[in-house]
Design a protein around this ligand. Structure first.
Ligand SMILES: C[S@@+](CC[C@H](N)C(=O)[O-])C[C@H]1O[C@@H](n2cnc3c(N)ncnc32)[C@H](O)[C@@H]1O
Length: 277
Protein backbone atom coordinates (compact mmCIF):
# COMPACT_ATOMS: atom_id res chain seq x y z
CA UNK A 1 0.00 0.00 0.00
CA UNK A 2 1.35 3.41 -0.96
CA UNK A 3 -0.38 6.39 0.58
CA UNK A 4 0.21 9.98 -0.49
CA UNK A 5 -1.12 12.86 1.57
CA UNK A 6 -1.11 16.00 -0.49
CA UNK A 7 -2.02 18.76 1.92
CA UNK A 8 -1.40 21.46 -0.71
CA UNK A 9 -3.89 19.99 -3.16
CA UNK A 10 -6.14 18.62 -0.40
CA UNK A 11 -5.91 15.11 -1.85
CA UNK A 12 -5.41 11.61 -0.54
CA UNK A 13 -4.04 8.97 -2.90
CA UNK A 14 -3.93 5.27 -2.33
CA UNK A 15 -2.11 2.81 -4.61
CA UNK A 16 -2.72 -0.84 -3.82
CA UNK A 17 -2.72 -4.08 -5.82
CA UNK A 18 -2.15 -2.23 -9.11
CA UNK A 19 -5.06 0.14 -8.46
CA UNK A 20 -4.77 3.80 -7.67
CA UNK A 21 -7.54 5.93 -6.22
CA UNK A 22 -7.67 9.56 -5.35
CA UNK A 23 -10.14 11.22 -3.03
CA UNK A 24 -10.46 14.47 -1.10
CA UNK A 25 -8.12 14.57 1.89
CA UNK A 26 -11.05 15.21 4.22
CA UNK A 27 -13.02 12.25 2.97
CA UNK A 28 -14.00 9.85 5.83
CA UNK A 29 -12.45 6.94 3.93
CA UNK A 30 -9.08 8.73 3.95
CA UNK A 31 -9.36 9.04 7.72
CA UNK A 32 -10.36 5.36 8.05
CA UNK A 33 -7.30 4.17 6.12
CA UNK A 34 -4.90 6.54 7.90
CA UNK A 35 -6.25 5.82 11.38
CA UNK A 36 -5.96 2.07 10.77
CA UNK A 37 -2.28 2.54 9.94
CA UNK A 38 -1.82 4.93 12.87
CA UNK A 39 -3.27 2.29 15.16
CA UNK A 40 -0.87 -0.38 13.87
CA UNK A 41 2.22 1.85 13.90
CA UNK A 42 1.37 3.20 17.35
CA UNK A 43 0.81 -0.28 18.75
CA UNK A 44 4.22 -1.30 17.45
CA UNK A 45 5.84 1.65 19.25
CA UNK A 46 4.10 0.76 22.52
CA UNK A 47 1.61 3.64 22.55
CA UNK A 48 -0.71 1.40 24.59
CA UNK A 49 1.83 1.16 27.42
CA UNK A 50 2.28 4.92 27.99
CA UNK A 51 -0.71 5.63 30.20
CA UNK A 52 -1.65 5.18 33.82
CA UNK A 53 -4.65 5.30 36.10
CA UNK A 54 -4.23 6.40 39.72
CA UNK A 55 -0.49 5.97 39.29
CA UNK A 56 -0.63 2.39 38.01
CA UNK A 57 0.31 1.53 34.44
CA UNK A 58 -2.73 0.98 32.24
CA UNK A 59 -2.16 -1.09 29.10
CA UNK A 60 -4.98 0.24 26.94
CA UNK A 61 -5.61 2.51 24.01
CA UNK A 62 -7.14 5.74 25.43
CA UNK A 63 -10.07 5.46 23.02
CA UNK A 64 -10.85 2.02 24.42
CA UNK A 65 -10.70 3.37 27.97
CA UNK A 66 -13.32 6.00 27.21
CA UNK A 67 -15.52 3.55 25.32
CA UNK A 68 -15.34 1.15 28.27
CA UNK A 69 -16.26 3.98 30.61
CA UNK A 70 -19.22 4.90 28.41
CA UNK A 71 -20.39 1.30 28.36
CA UNK A 72 -20.07 0.71 32.09
CA UNK A 73 -21.81 3.98 32.90
CA UNK A 74 -24.69 2.88 30.71
CA UNK A 75 -24.89 -0.75 31.88
CA UNK A 76 -24.04 -0.15 35.56
CA UNK A 77 -23.17 -3.76 36.39
CA UNK A 78 -22.99 -4.99 39.98
CA UNK A 79 -19.78 -6.86 39.22
CA UNK A 80 -17.01 -6.45 36.64
CA UNK A 81 -14.90 -9.58 36.28
CA UNK A 82 -11.49 -8.85 34.79
CA UNK A 83 -8.71 -11.23 33.79
CA UNK A 84 -5.18 -9.84 33.51
CA UNK A 85 -4.23 -7.22 36.11
CA UNK A 86 -0.59 -6.49 35.19
CA UNK A 87 0.17 -3.24 37.06
CA UNK A 88 -3.37 -2.64 38.29
CA UNK A 89 -4.29 0.26 35.99
CA UNK A 90 -7.40 -1.32 34.49
CA UNK A 91 -8.47 -2.74 37.85
CA UNK A 92 -8.37 0.72 39.42
CA UNK A 93 -10.04 2.23 36.36
CA UNK A 94 -12.98 -0.16 36.73
CA UNK A 95 -13.09 0.42 40.50
CA UNK A 96 -13.10 4.20 39.94
CA UNK A 97 -16.00 3.92 37.54
CA UNK A 98 -17.90 1.83 40.08
CA UNK A 99 -17.23 4.43 42.74
CA UNK A 100 -18.42 7.26 40.50
CA UNK A 101 -21.57 5.34 39.59
CA UNK A 102 -22.20 4.50 43.22
CA UNK A 103 -22.67 0.92 42.14
CA UNK A 104 -20.57 -2.12 41.32
CA UNK A 105 -17.33 -3.76 42.31
CA UNK A 106 -14.46 -5.55 40.58
CA UNK A 107 -13.18 -9.12 40.74
CA UNK A 108 -9.80 -9.38 39.04
CA UNK A 109 -7.83 -12.51 38.22
CA UNK A 110 -4.09 -12.53 37.66
CA UNK A 111 -1.83 -15.55 37.19
CA UNK A 112 1.09 -13.95 38.99
CA UNK A 113 0.93 -10.58 40.71
CA UNK A 114 3.96 -8.38 40.13
CA UNK A 115 5.65 -7.03 43.26
CA UNK A 116 3.67 -4.26 44.91
CA UNK A 117 0.58 -4.52 42.72
CA UNK A 118 -1.67 -6.33 45.21
CA UNK A 119 -0.87 -3.83 47.99
CA UNK A 120 -1.26 -0.81 45.72
CA UNK A 121 -4.65 -1.91 44.42
CA UNK A 122 -5.87 -2.79 47.90
CA UNK A 123 -4.71 0.53 49.30
CA UNK A 124 -6.41 2.53 46.51
CA UNK A 125 -9.67 0.60 46.23
CA UNK A 126 -9.65 -2.39 48.56
CA UNK A 127 -13.31 -1.76 49.41
CA UNK A 128 -14.33 -2.32 45.78
CA UNK A 129 -11.83 -4.88 44.49
CA UNK A 130 -11.35 -8.60 45.07
CA UNK A 131 -8.07 -9.93 43.72
CA UNK A 132 -7.67 -13.60 42.88
CA UNK A 133 -4.33 -15.15 42.02
CA UNK A 134 -4.81 -18.02 39.58
CA UNK A 135 -4.85 -19.13 35.97
CA UNK A 136 -7.93 -17.61 34.35
CA UNK A 137 -8.22 -20.57 31.98
CA UNK A 138 -8.93 -23.03 34.76
CA UNK A 139 -12.37 -24.04 36.01
CA UNK A 140 -11.21 -23.90 39.63
CA UNK A 141 -10.27 -20.22 39.18
CA UNK A 142 -13.69 -19.56 37.65
CA UNK A 143 -15.28 -21.28 40.64
CA UNK A 144 -13.36 -18.96 42.98
CA UNK A 145 -14.60 -15.96 41.00
CA UNK A 146 -18.18 -17.20 41.13
CA UNK A 147 -18.02 -17.67 44.89
CA UNK A 148 -17.46 -13.90 45.15
CA UNK A 149 -20.81 -12.99 43.55
CA UNK A 150 -24.49 -13.61 44.10
CA UNK A 151 -26.58 -15.23 41.39
CA UNK A 152 -28.90 -12.22 41.11
CA UNK A 153 -26.08 -9.75 40.44
CA UNK A 154 -25.56 -8.21 37.00
CA UNK A 155 -22.14 -9.13 35.71
CA UNK A 156 -19.88 -7.89 32.86
CA UNK A 157 -16.65 -9.71 31.97
CA UNK A 158 -13.47 -8.20 30.49
CA UNK A 159 -10.84 -10.67 29.24
CA UNK A 160 -7.33 -9.20 28.97
CA UNK A 161 -4.82 -11.82 30.09
CA UNK A 162 -3.05 -14.25 27.74
CA UNK A 163 -4.18 -13.40 24.21
CA UNK A 164 -3.58 -16.77 22.57
CA UNK A 165 -6.69 -18.23 20.93
CA UNK A 166 -6.51 -21.34 23.09
CA UNK A 167 -6.32 -19.44 26.35
CA UNK A 168 -9.17 -17.09 25.42
CA UNK A 169 -11.25 -20.09 24.36
CA UNK A 170 -10.75 -21.57 27.83
CA UNK A 171 -11.66 -18.27 29.51
CA UNK A 172 -14.81 -18.05 27.40
CA UNK A 173 -15.64 -21.61 28.31
CA UNK A 174 -15.34 -21.07 32.04
CA UNK A 175 -16.31 -17.43 32.54
CA UNK A 176 -18.87 -16.53 29.85
CA UNK A 177 -21.85 -18.03 31.69
CA UNK A 178 -21.32 -15.42 34.43
CA UNK A 179 -22.30 -12.60 32.04
CA UNK A 180 -25.87 -11.49 32.76
CA UNK A 181 -28.51 -10.86 30.12
CA UNK A 182 -28.15 -7.30 28.85
CA UNK A 183 -24.52 -7.21 30.00
CA UNK A 184 -21.31 -7.43 27.98
CA UNK A 185 -18.45 -9.82 27.48
CA UNK A 186 -15.46 -7.84 26.21
CA UNK A 187 -12.38 -9.49 24.77
CA UNK A 188 -9.32 -7.26 24.52
CA UNK A 189 -6.64 -7.13 21.84
CA UNK A 190 -8.46 -8.92 19.08
CA UNK A 191 -6.65 -6.88 16.40
CA UNK A 192 -3.57 -9.10 16.81
CA UNK A 193 -3.95 -10.37 13.23
CA UNK A 194 -3.33 -6.84 11.93
CA UNK A 195 -0.17 -6.61 14.05
CA UNK A 196 1.38 -9.93 13.08
CA UNK A 197 3.62 -8.42 10.39
CA UNK A 198 4.96 -5.56 12.53
CA UNK A 199 8.47 -5.70 14.06
CA UNK A 200 7.02 -6.19 17.56
CA UNK A 201 4.41 -8.67 16.38
CA UNK A 202 4.54 -12.43 15.91
CA UNK A 203 3.72 -14.29 12.70
CA UNK A 204 1.47 -16.71 14.62
CA UNK A 205 -0.87 -13.85 15.55
CA UNK A 206 -2.30 -14.03 12.03
CA UNK A 207 -4.53 -16.82 13.27
CA UNK A 208 -3.66 -17.25 16.96
CA UNK A 209 -5.47 -14.38 18.62
CA UNK A 210 -8.57 -13.63 20.74
CA UNK A 211 -10.72 -12.96 17.68
CA UNK A 212 -10.36 -16.58 16.55
CA UNK A 213 -11.59 -17.82 19.92
CA UNK A 214 -14.51 -15.38 19.83
CA UNK A 215 -15.55 -16.50 16.32
CA UNK A 216 -15.61 -20.14 17.46
CA UNK A 217 -17.43 -19.25 20.68
CA UNK A 218 -20.16 -17.33 18.86
CA UNK A 219 -20.80 -20.25 16.53
CA UNK A 220 -22.03 -22.32 19.47
CA UNK A 221 -23.39 -19.63 21.80
CA UNK A 222 -26.41 -17.99 20.20
CA UNK A 223 -27.19 -16.29 23.51
CA UNK A 224 -24.33 -13.89 22.70
CA UNK A 225 -24.39 -11.38 19.86
CA UNK A 226 -21.46 -9.43 18.51
CA UNK A 227 -22.49 -5.84 19.00
CA UNK A 228 -21.47 -2.67 20.72
CA UNK A 229 -23.71 0.15 21.82
CA UNK A 230 -23.82 3.16 19.53
CA UNK A 231 -21.93 6.04 21.14
CA UNK A 232 -24.12 8.71 22.67
CA UNK A 233 -22.36 11.27 20.53
CA UNK A 234 -21.19 10.59 17.04
CA UNK A 235 -20.28 12.27 13.77
CA UNK A 236 -20.52 11.09 10.19
CA UNK A 237 -17.65 8.67 10.81
CA UNK A 238 -17.74 5.54 12.96
CA UNK A 239 -14.92 6.38 15.36
CA UNK A 240 -15.46 3.16 17.31
CA UNK A 241 -13.09 1.53 14.83
CA UNK A 242 -10.28 3.30 16.69
CA UNK A 243 -9.85 0.39 19.04
CA UNK A 244 -7.64 -2.59 19.80
CA UNK A 245 -10.80 -4.70 20.00
CA UNK A 246 -13.42 -3.09 17.75
CA UNK A 247 -15.31 -6.30 17.03
CA UNK A 248 -15.11 -8.36 20.21
CA UNK A 249 -17.86 -6.73 22.23
CA UNK A 250 -20.49 -9.37 22.89
CA UNK A 251 -23.83 -8.74 24.53
CA UNK A 252 -25.76 -11.50 26.25
CA UNK A 253 -29.31 -11.59 24.99
CA UNK A 254 -32.35 -11.91 27.18
CA UNK A 255 -33.99 -10.04 29.97
CA UNK A 256 -32.53 -9.47 33.41
CA UNK A 257 -32.76 -12.65 35.41
CA UNK A 258 -30.53 -14.71 37.64
CA UNK A 259 -27.42 -15.94 35.88
CA UNK A 260 -27.50 -19.54 34.76
CA UNK A 261 -25.31 -21.97 36.62
CA UNK A 262 -21.97 -22.98 35.12
CA UNK A 263 -22.56 -25.52 32.35
CA UNK A 264 -21.24 -29.01 32.96
CA UNK A 265 -18.25 -29.48 30.74
CA UNK A 266 -15.22 -31.59 30.17
CA UNK A 267 -11.94 -30.15 31.38
CA UNK A 268 -9.49 -29.15 28.65
CA UNK A 269 -5.75 -29.39 28.98
CA UNK A 270 -4.10 -26.24 30.35
CA UNK A 271 -3.17 -23.76 27.59
CA UNK A 272 0.35 -22.50 26.93
CA UNK A 273 1.20 -19.68 29.33
CA UNK A 274 2.40 -17.02 26.96
CA UNK A 275 1.07 -13.49 27.09
CA UNK A 276 1.02 -11.53 23.87
CA UNK A 277 2.16 -8.34 25.45
C1 LIG B 1 -2.23 -7.40 28.92
S1 LIG B 1 -1.78 -7.56 30.56
C2 LIG B 1 -3.20 -6.93 31.42
C3 LIG B 1 -3.31 -5.46 31.28
C4 LIG B 1 -4.33 -4.81 32.18
N1 LIG B 1 -5.64 -5.39 32.01
C5 LIG B 1 -4.38 -3.34 31.86
O1 LIG B 1 -5.26 -2.92 31.10
O2 LIG B 1 -3.53 -2.60 32.37
C6 LIG B 1 -1.93 -9.29 30.75
C7 LIG B 1 -1.83 -9.80 32.17
O3 LIG B 1 -2.40 -11.11 32.16
C8 LIG B 1 -1.65 -11.94 32.99
N2 LIG B 1 -1.82 -13.34 32.56
C9 LIG B 1 -1.18 -14.00 31.57
N3 LIG B 1 -1.60 -15.27 31.50
C10 LIG B 1 -2.53 -15.41 32.46
C11 LIG B 1 -3.32 -16.51 32.91
N4 LIG B 1 -3.20 -17.73 32.34
N5 LIG B 1 -4.20 -16.32 33.92
C12 LIG B 1 -4.31 -15.09 34.51
N6 LIG B 1 -3.58 -14.02 34.14
C13 LIG B 1 -2.69 -14.18 33.15
C14 LIG B 1 -0.21 -11.46 32.82
O4 LIG B 1 0.58 -11.84 33.93
C15 LIG B 1 -0.41 -9.95 32.71
O5 LIG B 1 -0.32 -9.34 33.96
Amino acid sequence: MVVTIDTDAGLFRLAENGRCEERPLFDPEAFRILSRQWLILGWNLGYWACFSWMGRQLLQLPDDVLRLAELLWRVRPDVIVETGVYDGGSTLLFASLCRLAGRGRVISVEREFRPGVWAAVMEAAGDLVTLIEGDSALPETAARVEREMRRDERVCVFLDSDHSARHVAMELRHLSHMVSPGCYLLVADSICADLAHTPAGEAAWKYDHPGTAVDEFLATHPEFTRTRPAPLFTGEFDFTELSYFPSTWLIRQGTAEARPRAPRQRALAAPPRTAVR
